[in-house]
Design a protein around this ligand. Structure first.
Ligand code: PLP
Length: 428
């Protein structure tokens, strides 16, 4: 594979962008490779500046459920652009998109649009704190809620799940208000609640975890969280930035029949343009400025191009689409598992509909501790072998592979054939 142009660009980028990229995982560091610079994308394909074409399984990390540059979306955006790219004033598009969101996810009685998932999660926590008059939040090890200070926290070595910052620049004070629990472990959540009586504003969770690799919730886990929040007077915040409109049109909350108090959305809701949203119970969301005192604002919030993309994207969701995604997702998952078995490689494949993670471990993966038993060196070799065969996997073991409406059975079968070859290489 020729990568001279990408290599040259990366060298230039390193001199002007920190690490040569605008978001860390794109740098391919954890897979021991150098990033490819993309010149265009269409359907399920990515093309780099050297002319290499790949079947894409990153799909912009989740937004592109309909594939890259679907014709209808491109047309809608071209038309919208001629009407102005930003108004700084309300437009009918915001009402249209919000109405669609509420129809699909009735727990969002009110919706506020922002420009990223990070903003959505950060703002939802502010609302929860204001509503409860409490400062602390609970999050799970291995769940990601964007890069706001309150979430860049890991379990400390000290007593009782006290948070410590995962990044320099996050103050000890910010971290101290974030408590850590273990995913799929209700007892761990109960312990944290009991040790912090009447102090927890919200429990934040990815209802289907996607940021330690795919880890679906165990039976009863989400229902148990709902009950614990009710017992302890805390709000339940579902971060459906990945699962929203993906697990089903109504998100994970529809699949599992659990109604959160607050929800954050992102990714799919912007159809590939920068959008996030948070919403939930009307009494909580009416606290948000200017309806209420909780301040939150955004120059480009509700941007007409982004709203246009979101509307187009949600309007194309259909039972047929989810069936297609589920068929391809399970075919890919089974293909990885078979390829590993044939080659004698330890692999645990987790999947939910259109998201799949092959973990290079023999352990069942149900939480962060079990996810991190995966052999990341082996994944790095797998990644490089796949890339060389025209497949573009997520450049980290702990991410989801995304299939979209644009992926075909042939794409998936090609991917599995490549995986077979690469798995055999791994054992040589
Ligand atoms: C991607 C992601 C975020 C952050 O969204 P950005 O748009 O990258 O800020 C938050 N939560 C979850 C679950 C995500 O996957």
């Amino acid at each position: 594979m020729k990568t001279t142009k990408s290599a040259r660009l990366f060298k230039r980028a390193l001199g002007i962008l920190p690490g040569g990229v605008d978001s860390p995982v794109r740098a391919f560091k954890s897979v021991g490779a150098s990033p490819l610079f993309i010149s265009r994308a269409y359907g399920a394909r990515l093309e780099d500046v050297d002319g290499n074409v790949f079947i894409d399984y990153v799909m912009s990390w989740g937004p592109l459920i309909h594939g890259h540059a679907p014709k209808g979306l491109v047309k809608a955006l071209q038309r919208a652009t001629t009407l102005g790219t930003s108004y700084g004033a309300p437009s009918p598009l915001e009402v249209e998109l919000a109405t669609r969101v509420r129809k699909l996810m009735p727990s969002l009685e009110r919706v506020r649009f922002v420009s990223s998932g990070t903003e959505a999660a950060m703002s939802a926590v502010r609302v929860a704190r204001a509503a409860t008059g409490r400062d602390k939040i609970i999050k799970f090890e291995g769940c990601y809620h964007g890069h706001a200070d309150a979430f860049l926290v890991q379990a400390g070595s000290g007593a009782l799940t006290l948070g410590t910052p995962t990044s320099p620049g996050v103050t000890k004070a910010a971290a101290a208000d974030t408590l850590l629990a273990t995913y799929n472990n209700l007892a761990s959540v109960e312990r944290v609640f009991k040790a912090n009586k009447r102090q927890v504003a919200a429990l934040c969770v990815e209802p289907i975890a996607g940021n330690m690799g795919v880890v679906p919730p165990a039976a009863g886990f989400l229902q148990g969280l709902r009950a614990l929040c009710d017992t302890h007077g805390a709000l339940l915040l579902f971060d459906e930035v990945i699962s929203g409109f993906r697990a089903s049109a109504g998100g994970a909350q529809q699949v599992y029949g659990v109604r959160p108090d607050l929800t954050c959305l992102g990714k799919i809701i912007g159809g590939g343009l920068p959008v996030g949203a948070y919403g939930g119970r009307a009494d909580l969301m009416e606290l948000v400025s200017p309806a209420g005192p909780v301040y939150q604002a955004g120059t480009l919030s509700g941007n007409p191009l982004a709203m246009t993309a979101g509307i187009w994207c949600l309007d194309q969701l259909s039972p047929k689409l989810y069936k297609h995604l589920a068929v391809l997702g399970s075919r890919l998952a089974a293909g990885f598992a078979d390829a590993a078995r044939e080659a004698g490689v330890d692999l645990q494949v987790n999947a939910f509909g259109s998201v799949v993670t092959p973990f290079f471990t023999s352990r069942q993966v149900k939480d962060y501790a079990s996810a991190t038993t995966a052999n990341t060196d082996l994944y790095a070799r797998f990644f490089r072998g796949m890339l060389a065969r025209g497949i573009y996997p997520p450049p980290s073991q702990f991410e989801a592979w995304f299939v979209s409406a644009a992926h075909t059975r042939r794409d998936v079968d090609k991917t599995i054939a490549a995986a077979r070859e690469v798995m055999r290489e791994l054992t040589q």
